[in-house]
Design a protein around this ligand. Structure first.
Ligand code: SF4
Length: 333
């Protein structure tokens, strides 16, 4: 009798979720370190097959707020426009891991883009459009230029915000043509870099960032708090300082969304609160991201930092950098 072949867990992970790493990120991995924080972000693990009961395929509720394909209109004055569903790397903790990857039909066709732009044009409360995906910096400079110009032609769209991991994970893609394609009359462009570890900010990455900022495009950063990657104050401090030095303002530190098979990356909220408190003690205000949680089901973001204000009989107490509560009486009427 022949033995049944054992199933290969990593093959099963790769069957369920896209896998890719760029040469720039691969070169950063220390093969002698079993806990390398770059490898942890991109190398598939059998632990991705462990699905916790509260993990959701659409953890931040994009679907509930999608009026037309590619548009997520969750907040009144802004919407997401998801142009592509592919990425240069596939992060093992991705909150859209059930949607991104080379399979599937997430990339907008020309006709679908027309419908999405018509929706935005018809909603004059939309002040800001957030280009995301997937990673929209995988588009050619020509396509980026076309989308930038079409959005800027909508009178009420004043802010065009591109979310990307490319300047860190594939910095040579940030060509002068791509940077030029971001700039447009009639709207202000921002670029938000997704980066999680200070080692991602290589010399080439910092040069890519400089090309964007030198062109007059402001940059922000978002980081995901990840167990085994950046869940210590030294790493977070080094990352935030490196970003500010590169002229990128830390914007959000995200508590990890409950996407399937990601629990091995998730920290406890109390640990995140301690880390941001320690960052607050150690570093300039410029280096402080807002620690946030996307409420499951598409209910928006909630700030998670411990409160620094509490009421007393005669006013308030405020918490200082060292965690000591200081009395703050209100002026008497
Ligand atoms: S780059 Fe963004 S969308 Fe793509 S896999 Fe990573 S987290 Fe997900």
């Amino acid at each position: 009798m022949s033995a049944r072949p054992k199933s290969d867990p990593l093959a099963e992970v790769a069957r369920r979720y896209a896998v890719a790493i760029t040469p720039a990120m691969d070169a950063l991995i220390d093969p002698t370190d079993p806990n390398d924080p770059i490898a942890a972000q991109f190398t598939p693990s059998a632990r991705e097959l462990e699905i916790a009961p509260d993990e959701l395929s659409d953890p931040i509720g994009d679907d509930a707020h999608t009026p037309v394909k590619g548009v997520v209109h969750r907040y009144r004055d802004r919407c997401l426009l998801k142009l592509v569903h592919v990425c240069p790397v596939y992060c093992r903790f991705c909150f859209r891991r059930e949607m991104v990857g080379p399979q599937g039909d997430g990339t907008l066709t020309g006709a679908e883009l027309d419908i999405a732009l018509a929706y935005i044009a018809a909603h004059d409360e939309i002040w800001e459009v957030i280009l995301t995906g997937g990673d929209p910096f995988l588009l050619s400079a020509r396509r980026v230029r076309e989308i930038t110009e079409r959005l800027a032609a909508i009178a009420h769209v004043k802010i065009i915000r591109w979310h990307t991991r490319v300047p860190a994970v594939d910095p040579l893609r940030v060509t002068p043509d791509l940077v030029e394609a971001l700039r447009v009359e009639g709207a202000t462009t921002y670029v938000v870099l997704h980066t999680n570890h200070p080692r991602e900010l290589t010399e080439q990455a910092r040069a890519a960032i400089a090309r964007i900022v030198d062109a007059g495009v402001p940059m922000l950063a978002q980081t995901v708090l990840l167990k085994g990657v950046n869940d210590d104050a030294d790493t977070l401090e080094a990352l935030m300082r490196a970003l500010v030095e590169a002229r990128v303002k830390p914007y959000y530190l995200h508590h990890l969304d409950k996407a399937p098979g990601t629990s091995h990356f998730r920290c406890e909220i109390a640990q995140g609160q301690e880390l941001v408190q320690e960052l607050h003690q150690r570093a300039s205000g410029l280096a402080q991201p807002t620690y946030v949680l996307d409420i499951p089901g598409g209910l928006g973001k909630a700030p998670l930092a411990s409160p620094s204000l509490r009421e007393t009989d005669d006013g308030y107490e405020v918490r200082d950098r060292d965690g000591v509560w200081r009395r703050y009486p209100e002026d008497e009427a």
